[in-house]
Write a protein that binds this ligand. Structure first.
Ligand SMILES: [Zn+2]
Length: 98
């Protein structure tokens, strides 16, 4: 039933540590305008990548270039797209933790 689904929500995986949890437990990232952005409201269109609300996961998360490219579907054939975090993204991430 709908009620059960609303309670649990869709399960997502943290790319930093591999933990699985409802998407609301994570911070969502999207790839927009050639850069990685935090999707605070989890409503941006397209594929999202998820990370625990932990700084240590964030640091692992941004180094997972290959996983990020797949999760965000921004690779082109065999050519890897660089998914470098924008300057200040770590600060923005930290502000999401409180
Ligand atoms: Zn994690």
């Amino acid at each position: 039933m709908v009620a059960a689904q609303q309670k649990a929500g869709p399960v997502r995986t943290c790319l930093g540590c591999g933990t699985k949890a409802p998407k609301t437990a994570f911070i969502r990232f999207v790839f927009l305008d050639g850069g990685l952005l935090i999707d605070r409201k989890q409503v941006a269109p397209g594929r999202g990548a998820y990370c625990c609300r932990k700084m240590e996961c964030y640091h692992r998360f941004v180094r997972q270039q290959k996983k990020l490219a797949w999760a965000l579907r921004c690779h082109e054939k065999d050519k890897m797209v660089s998914i470098a975090p924008r300057q200040g993204l770590d600060v923005e991430f930290a502000s999401c933790l409180v």
